[in-house]
Design a protein around this ligand. Structure first.
Ligand SMILES: [Fe+2]
Ligand SMILES: [Fe+2]
Ligand SMILES: [Fe+2]
Length: 416
């Protein structure tokens, strides 16, 4: 089986979180850059360095569930670190993220609250995060003394003294401030740094991670809490029936979980609107599959992944969006995804709206095939195996709903 770069997965994910909380552009890369510089300056061992930098790349992942996100709210004295706990809750589910989950959990916790009970290294992320905020608030190049004093004041209470010392050493070198003022510099330096200690991981481990991402996509709206999980399982099953290799079946499943990834860039007011969307809102909504494509483009080991995931609103007659592709450009994988998406959307129950009956589903599909919108062979395959595929979809969506209810209870207890 193919192996995939873990670093690229996290880089892609970090770009996604910036989409959700667009109050700060490239916040995650900036924090990851600072974490890396501080950890290097302190000569931390390679394992700690790696875990810290990886954690930094996605540290605010829990903000997806917080309404009215403004990343600037999460500064010094804010006792609300619910987004940190929510991030931990989800990431702890995946083998490959289990080491970084606790670092994320404590990224807003003062050092003196856990000194002695947890590794002090965790605090490097907290320090880097706060410096990133200060670098937005002040002119990091001209006011670096002022920033240094603020950080120093927190030494021994908010921050681990050894990390503060390392940071002050760094701030005395101008290039750090100059890097921080340039998004291009941060991107270049950090892309290189991350790939330096990259791991290649098996596709089925990525499956774990993409399932978590599907929760993040779906849980933002009560209308879709189990949608992507359903699409993933239906797409996988159809690809199996179409004779895809085992590896390609897994990629189809991942693509299904991630097909609506770009919805993270769509505001919750739009996702949750029950009435008709205005033209402007509709335009924003339609952009989601474009963002899915952009984010997955990072993972070049799997060139099909982005096409299978992101072309799900394209139509055979060229009337889809956002690329306006036609029959010649749409591979079997992309055609399967479109059918899986439509099938799941119309058959699943949503709040205030029951799923369609089998007859209604058949009529709708046959109509779309007749109009040359979607692939007739795949539709027939689905209808021939209706009972089996629909049963699988129901089972997995039911399980996923239970997970959501537990998650929601947890999140409510954290956010009050
Ligand atoms: Fe945070
Ligand atoms: Fe942050
Ligand atoms: Fe979509």
């Amino acid at each position: 089986m193919n192996k995939i770069s873990m670093a690229k997965i996290l880089l892609a994910l970090s770009g996604v979180i910036d989409l959700v909380s667009n109050t700060v552009v490239s916040h995650h890369k900036k924090v990851s850059y600072l974490t890396y510089q501080i950890a290097k300056e302190m000569n931390l061992n390679e394992k700690d360095l790696k875990n810290l930098v990886m954690a930094a790349l996605i540290h605010d992942i829990g903000v997806f569930y917080i309404r009215d996100v403004n990343i600037h709210d999460f500064t010094f004295d804010d006792p609300k670190n619910s987004h940190a706990y929510i991030g931990y809750y989800l990431l702890n589910e995946a083998d490959l993220l289990r080491d970084i989950a606790p670092i994320i959990k404590y990224h807003h916790t003062d050092w003196n609250r856990y000194a002695g009970s947890l590794p002090s290294e965790y605090n490097v992320l907290h320090l880097a995060d706060q410096l990133a905020f200060l670098s937005e608030e002040y002119d990091i190049y001209n006011d670096s003394d002022k920033i240094a004093r603020i950080i120093e004041d927190g030494s021994g209470s908010i921050f681990w003294p050894e990390a503060v010392e390392a940071l002050l050493g760094l701030l005395s070198r101008e290039y750090i401030a100059l890097d921080l003022k340039s998004a291009t510099a941060i991107n270049r330096v950090q892309d290189k740094a991350i790939l330096e200690f990259d791991d290649l991981v098996e596709i089925d481990k990525i499956l774990d991670i993409s399932k978590i991402i599907s929760y993040i996509i779906d849980f933002r709206s009560p209308f879709t809490v189990t949608h992507s999980i359903g699409v993933g399982i239906v797409a996988k099953e159809l690809s199996k029936l179409m004779g895809f290799s085992e590896e390609d079946q897994v990629i189809m499943e991942i693509a299904g979980y991630l097909h609506d990834l770009g919805k993270l860039a769509v505001a919750p007011e739009i996702l949750n609107k029950t009435g008709k969307l205005s033209q402007d809102e509709w335009k924003k909504m339609r952009a989601h599959s474009y963002y899915t494509y952009q984010v997955l483009d990072y993972i070049d080991e799997l060139p099909h992944l982005k096409e299978w995931a992101a072309y799900h609103h394209e139509k055979l007659d060229g009337t889809g969006y956002p690329f306006h592709l036609g029959a010649n450009d749409l591979s079997t994988g992309s055609r399967i995804m479109t059918v899986a998406d439509i099938f799941t959307a119309i058959s699943e129950d949503r709040p205030y709206c029951k799923g369609m009956s089998k007859k209604e589903i058949i009529d709708l599909f046959r109509e779309q095939v007749k109009d040359n919108k979607i692939d007739g062979e795949i539709v027939e395959l689905l209808l021939e195996n209706f009972h089996h595929i629909n049963g699988l979809r129901k089972k997995i969506q039911l399980r996923s709903k239970e997970y959501y209810q537990n998650f929601r209870m947890f999140a409510l207890s954290e956010t009050g």
